[in-house]
Design a protein around this ligand. Structure first.
Ligand code: C2E
Ligand code: CA
Ligand code: CA
Ligand code: CA
Length: 278
């Protein structure tokens, strides 16, 4: 009878086995991908709503897999986090992003901030601050052009987090809270954490025209941020009426498909050349 079989056998299904095998091989392929240079970055502009200028870009990692094609970061980042590979991958992303920001400056583009996503695993890394410092020195990027995006999390206590963020800030870089409003942490950290910017998550932006609750929440975030002197980036702006809402609410920056999808470094240069010519 069933009880004579190992427990996991009871849950065995062909589809699950496929999924697990796939995950396992993705994890192995991730290791090779770093060595084989299969990762690159795309950049999504963040537009200042006061002057319409691109003043910063978010770096987003891409994996060009030799046979699978492009694999989405929402698939491979969690695997990289669980396997610990995120430390190496994160370091690659940080260095490549800072190098690129410096290269754009040297090409004569307007100076822009570069926003880089940090995973929780990286925040727990003991030498994170000196790693970031090393990369800034190596790439010669002035620290105030680097913004690190962190997500709200319950796994690090407030004192630990405050200490870490203070150390990072002492390098002269900026800190943004990503996906703001989707986590469970208390609002009180906003007054203690040395942060510069809140990014309003796309889930609140999506229905802003149709959902009174989303609208109330976003308005509350905007006014709170103003009182706390934090900048706000609205993410996932796809429609003109969403833009209108954030213009009205005096949001600082927007990021979304309406203005630009994430693009390659070359495409970003071309965008600036067009802006100059016309
Ligand atoms: P995120 O940090 O919240 O990044 C924003 C995501 O929203 C990006 O997806 C971007 O392409 C997408 N997006 C931007 N504007 C729009 C829009 O108007 N409409 C829609 N539907 N989507 C929009 P992407 O590049 O697939 O990245 C997904 C997530 O993967 C990121 O979410 C982030 O959590 C993670 N990720 C990406 N790159 C990195 C990285 O270098 N390091 C780490 N740790 N995580 C990364
Ligand atoms: Ca982000
Ligand atoms: Ca986000
Ligand atoms: Ca997100």
């Amino acid at each position: 009878e069933a009880s004579r079989f190992p427990k996991r056998m009871l849950f065995y299904t062909p589809s699950m086995s496929d999924g697990m095998a796939d995950r396992l091989s993705l994890e192995q392929e991730l290791h090779q991908a770093l060595a084989n240079n299969e990762f690159f970055l795309e950049y999504q502009p963040q537009v200042n709503l006061k002057n319409g200028k691109i003043e910063s870009v978010e770096a987003l990692v891409r994996w060009q897999h030799p046979t699978r094609g492009q694999v989405s970061p929402s698939i491979f980042i969690p695997i990289a986090e669980e396997s610990g590979l995120i430390i190496q991958l994160g370091e690659y992303v940080l260095e490549a992003a800072c190098l690129q920001a410096k290269a754009w400056q040297e090409l004569g583009l307007p100076k822009m901030k570069i926003a880089v996503n940090l995973s929780l695993g990286q925040l727990f890394q003991k030498n994170l601050v000196s790693k970031v410092e090393d990369i800034l020195i190596r790439t010669k990027l002035e620290p105030h052009y680097l913004q690190l995006e962190i997500t709200e999390s319950m796994t690090m206590n407030i004192d630990q987090m405050t200490l870490l963020l203070r150390e990072l800030k002492s390098l002269g870089i900026q800190i943004a809270v990503d996906d703001f409003g989707t986590g469970y942490s208390s609002l009180s950290y906003l007054k203690d954490f040395p942060i510069d910017c809140l990014k309003i998550d796309r889930v609140f932006v999506r229905n802003i025209q149709h959902d009174k609750n989303d609208e109330a929440l976003v308005s509350m975030i905007l006014s709170m941020a103003k009182h706390l002197r934090l900048k706000v980036v609205a993410e996932g702006i796809e429609e003109i009426n969403q833009l209108a809402f954030f213009l009205e609410g005096e949001c600082d920056y927007i990021q979304g498909y309406l203005f630009s999808k994430p693009i390659t470094a070359e495409q970003l240069v071309a965008t600036f050349e067009e802006l100059h010519l016309h």
